[in-house]
Design a protein around this ligand. Structure first.
Ligand SMILES: [Zn+2]
Length: 82
């Protein structure tokens, strides 16, 4: 039996621009880079919502490449949006 892979983990983010309402991942669980995502108006955190990961799926096992990867963004405790 294949190991379970969490395709939508919760990841911590920090505010990268309050003016542009953007947050940056502390570390992408799939590629280990720091992707930036926008925050819709009205969302104040700590739960920012689900996003599709910016990174390609080429590094995934072949059987998982058809699955779009994403994550649930959560502000780390010391980040504030306003
Ligand atoms: Zn990534």
């Amino acid at each position: 039996m294949a190991a379970e892979v969490d395709l939508n983990p919760v990841v911590l983010v920090r505010v990268s621009s309050k003016r542009h309402r953007e947050v940056k991942l502390i570390e992408c669980p799939f590629c280990r880079k720091k992707h930036t995502h926008g925050i819709p108006p009205g969302v104040e955190g700590p739960d920012i919502g689900h996003r599709v990961a910016h990174c390609a799926t080429a590094d995934l096992p072949l059987a998982l490449r058809h699955v779009s990867r994403g994550y649930h963004l959560r502000l780390e405790s010391r980040s504030i949006l306003i």
